[in-house]
Ligand binder design. Structure first.
Ligand code: GDP
Length: 300
């Protein structure tokens, strides 16, 4: 958790300054709600989630009949934790047989391929045999990059020529993973959003192929989003979730932003579990998302 803490410093420093000013200064604050609202909006909580938080805050303050700023701060912290807890409610049970298949989806540049390298490292370290599938057959760089991560982790990578049907690569990799009795197959996919319709059809086809050739078991669909993309990410979650039912989310590039608020916006509006946070380009820069610790660190 320490390295994640280090990477979240930007977000923390930013919030800390605002929180100190709002809750712990001797100054009279006649505009408490406006100040909190501004802090949340500027931290990328988004308009809807900010409005929800302010509404809950007013309700709780009324219920507790308090005007004490340090008490209000604790109430706010609790509301924020409740928002993060919403994301555990939607945990879906995935019918999976060996090999477990994790399908990594998301738009170009969010960090899909890098995240696959990190996940492979983590899952291998905890004792799983891993195989990677280069399902982004659109970009040569994506295939090359996956091979580099394969070498680093000493895990096999199944790939095909650029331009081939990604479903064919997925089919080949399922066969190879079965033959080698692999525990977890992690599949990369394309993310060219300028051709949304085509991309979504391609992803649906990949999922059909997986169900058909992997003993009817579903893939775990993991959406990767970039914390630096701000409110755009909400549109991405909506698009992918509406078409292919996302099981969980990985948020990357938390080291590059002072706006960790997007994590709260996603939990609040989609209730999709956030499994991991990515905070750097190195293979070990991925941490399981611990809600309690995350809140404690940001608002301690
Ligand atoms: P893809 O197009 O979604 O597969 O994205 P890539 O994995 O190629 O990543 C795009 C860029 O973001 C690369 O330069 C990565 O090194 C970088 N990147 C990925 N994850 C992180 C992260 O957590 N933090 C930082 N700072 N950079 C990242």
């Amino acid at each position: 958790f320490q390295s994640l803490q280090f990477s979240l410093k930007k977000t923390k420093n930013y919030l800390e300054k605002k929180i100190k000013k709002i809750f712990f200064s001797n100054q009279e604050n006649n505009h408490l709600f406006e100040s909190i609202e501004e802090m949340l909006l500027l931290s990328d909580f988004g308009v809807n989630t900010t409005a929800n938080i302010i509404k809950s805050l007013k309700k709780e303050i009324h219920k507790n009949n308090t005007a004490d700023k340090s008490e209000i701060f604790l109430i706010l912290k609790k509301i924020l934790l409740n928002i993060l807890n919403k994301s555990s409610e939607k945990k879906t049970k995935i019918n999976q047989k060996k090999p477990k298949i994790i399908l990594i989806v998301g738009v170009n540049g969010v960090g899909k391929t890098t995240t696959i390298g990190k996940l492979a490292y983590k899952l291998k370290k905890s004792g799983n045999s891993i195989m990677l599938a280069a399902g982004d057959t659109f970009r040569a760089a994506a295939v090359d990059q996956l091979q580099i991560f394969g070498k680093k982790n000493k895990v096999p990578v199944i790939y095909n020529r650029i331009g081939t049907d990604p479903s064919a690569v997925i089919y080949d990799s399922i066969q190879a993973a079965k033959a080698k009795k692999i525990d977890v197959l992690i599949a990369d996919t394309a993310g060219r959003l300028h051709n949304k319709q085509h991309l979504m059809e391609e992803l649906k086809k990949i999922i059909r192929i997986i169900k058909k050739y992997n003993l009817s078991s579903s893939p775990e669909i993991t959406l990767v989003i970039d914390a630096c993309s701000g409110q755009n990410t909400l549109q991405q979650v909506k698009l992918f979730n509406n078409t292919i039912n996302v099981n969980n989310i990985i948020v990357t590039k938390l080291d590059g932003t002072a706006k960790g608020g997007i994590i709260f916006a996603i939990s609040d509006q989609f209730s999709i579990p956030i499994n991991y946070l990515g905070f750097g380009e190195k293979i070990y820069d991925l941490q399981e998302f611990n809600k309690q610790k995350f809140i404690e660190f940001l608002f301690e």
